[in-house]
Ligand binder design. Structure first.
Ligand code: FES
Length: 100
C-alpha cells in the first residue's frame, strides 16, 4: 500500500493501490478543492508530483487536454482526481493552498 506524503504540510496518508490520489489528500485532512465532478474539468485539484510519478497510472486524454489549457503547468503537474495510485509511495505538492 503506497504512502502519500503531502507538501507543504508533510502529512502522510496510507492509501490502497488503485485508489485515487485526491481521496488520500482529503483523507489526510488537507485543503484541496473539488469544483467539478472529478472529471478533469475544473483545475482546482492541480498538484505537482514530486516523487513517485511513474507509479501513477498513465494520464488519460481528458486530463492531458485540461493540463494543456492551463497556466502554471510543469512536467510534474497532474490533476489529483485523475491519479490512480500504484504500489510506490508518492510525494505531492498542493498548489491551491499556496495561492490561498
Ligand atoms: S476535481 Fe476538478 S479537475 Fe480534479
Amino acid at each position: 500500500m503506497p504512502t502519500v506524503t503531502i507538501k507543504p504540510s508533510g502529512k502522510t496518508q496510507v492509501a490502497a493501490e488503485g485508489s485515487i490520489l485526491i481521496d488520500a489528500i482529503i483523507a489526510a485532512g488537507e485543503p484541496i478543492e473539488v469544483k467539478c465532478n472529478r472529471d478533469a474539468k475544473c483545475e482546482s485539484c492541480h498538484v505537482f508530483i514530486l516523487e513517485g510519478k511513474k507509479s501513477l497510472a498513465k494520464m488519460g486524454r481528458p486530463e492531458s487536454e485540461k493540463l494543456d489549457s492551463m497556466v502554471g503547468v510543469a512536467s510534474k503537474s497532474r490533476l489529483a482526481c485523475q491519479c490512480v495510485l500504484g504500489t510506490e509511495n508518492v510525494t505531492v505538492e498542493l498548489l491551491g493552498a499556496l495561492s490561498g
